[in-house]
Design a protein around this ligand. Structure first.
Ligand SMILES: [Zn+2]
Length: 246
């Protein structure tokens, strides 16, 4: 098989004490659910690794690996997610919108508080990795090339200056990218994470949207079964059924 080997990368957004019944953007994950995911993975000897290890194949004897990402940098990432990560000694990457540090997630149906500069520093000194999630969280494929470059490359410089750390990974807002966006990310970052569209590659590392998954769903996704099923030739109705189950 050619191309970059796949490793499960979990995508979370906002961590909450209790999942609301109304979650129009489907971004809320309770602390209890997050705990259940990590406990399930640990019990099956999955090793949590920093995101940059997704760029190289597993070494012989290394076992099963996975990585954790949080998009948008909601204030709860520090208050609620960090204690869970620390309790299990798990590395994770938080993707920050450089122009909205300390602001609100204005792109959501119900905007939420984002981490402040001080809180980002705390998160970073606690050992989490910081990545860029653009300057303003716009849909990058809809922008002119000059704006794409600004959103992608300038956000890196802004975060590096602000936090005094190297920013080597990018997450596409809405997991939306085209060839121009991909090229901009390639020239500015070691790697980038997306959703599951397009070809899995160092600058479109496929992720699993784990926000609302049960451990049973998580099990199927981290096993790679869904990826395999999607690649199989099958009639339309079966394909639709498998998409629904995913
Ligand atoms: Zn986002």
């Amino acid at each position: 098989m050619s191309g970059l080997a796949w490793m499960p990368i979990l995508m979370y957004h906002r961590i909450v004490e209790h999942e609301p019944s109304h979650d129009p953007d489907r971004i809320c994950t309770s602390v209890a659910r997050l705990e259940s995911h990590f406990a399930w993975l640990a019990a099956r000897s999955y090793l949590c690794v920093p995101i940059d290890l997704a760029l190289r194949p597993a070494q012989p004897g290394e076992g099963r690996r996975f990585a954790i990402t949080f998009d948008d940098a909601y204030e709860e990432t520090l208050r609620l997610a960090l204690p869970v990560l620390q309790a299990h000694a798990l590395p994770a990457t938080v993707f920050v919108v450089s122009g909205l540090v300390g602001g609100r997630s204005v792109w959501n149906h119900e905007p939420s508080q984002l981490l402040s500069y001080r809180e980002l520093l705390d998160l970073h000194s606690a050992g989490l990795f910081i990545g860029s999630h653009s300057q303003s969280h716009r849909r990058l494929s809809t922008l002119a090339l000059s704006e794409i470059r600004q959103e992608v490359a300038d956000s890196r410089h802004e975060l590096e200056q602000l936090l005094g750390t190297a920013v080597r990974f990018f997450a596409y807002p809405y997991n939306d990218l085209d060839e121009r966006v991909l090229a901009a990310a390639r020239s500015a970052y070691s790697g980038a994470v997306g959703g599951r569209a397009g070809k899995h590659s160092p600058h479109n590392l496929h992720r699993i949207d784990a926000a609302r998954m049960t451990t049973r769903q998580l099990a199927l996704h981290v096993s790679g079964i869904h990826r395999w099923v999607r690649k199989q030739p099958m009639p339309g109705p079966l394909r639709r059924l498998s998409a629904r189950l995913a």
